[in-house]
Design a protein around this ligand. Structure first.
Ligand code: SF4
Length: 173
């Protein structure tokens, strides 16, 4: 199984196929690795805390209103290409199902009817806030949210490194 995150760009469909095959072949091994399991649990908790801070700051409501009444969406088609295959594998390890089809041709592949389908998300998806939000939301609440997002991204970074190290130990190339 070749390294999926090499610089040669692959389509999102190829990355999803790699992640699903790897999950079938190596998922058990990864879920028996104590460090990976600790980091997966820390990431779940960190995502939960970030999302709670987002709701508490009013960001979630602002985004919903913008999408429903103002036609805005930050999740445009093509953003899925920023995801690497290891990050998709992490989502599978977290019990997330990866979509096969796009709900809306103008939106990111991972955008579902109720928002993002992923739990492990890359940096721009975690911490992007538009100007409208920055102007409307209390800065002290944004600061709390930023702290939680920092913890989430740190967990994700450590987990990503751990998974790649474990796969290298078992997968040539
Ligand atoms: S938050 Fe989710 S749906 Fe939005 S761009 Fe990122 S991956 Fe796509």
């Amino acid at each position: 199984m070749p390294n999926p995150d090499n610089p040669i760009s692959r389509s999102i469909e190829e990355k999803i196929a790699w992640a699903e095959t790897c999950y079938q072949e190596k998922g058990g091994l990864l879920l028996r690795d104590e460090k990976s399991v600790i980091l997966l649990n820390r990431l779940k908790e960190a995502v939960r805390a970030s999302r709670a801070a987002m709701v508490s700051a009013g960001v979630a409501d602002e985004c919903k209103t913008c999408e429903e009444r103002e036609g805005g969406s930050c999740c445009g088609a093509g953003l899925e290409d920023r995801y690497d295959a290891t990050l998709l594998l992490i989502n599978l390890l977290l019990g997330i199902q990866l979509p096969k089809r796009r709900s809306d041709p103008s939106s990111c592949l991972f955008l579902g009817p109720d928002g993002c389908l992923l739990m492990a998300r890359q940096v721009i998806c975690v911490n992007y806030l538009c100007k409208k939000i920055e102007n409307r939301v209390n800065p002290s609440k944004i600061s709390v949210l930023r702290d939680k997002e920092g913890v989430e991204l740190e967990c994700l970074f450590l987990l990503h490194e751990r998974i790649q190290r474990k796969l290298k130990a078992y997968v040539p190339g």
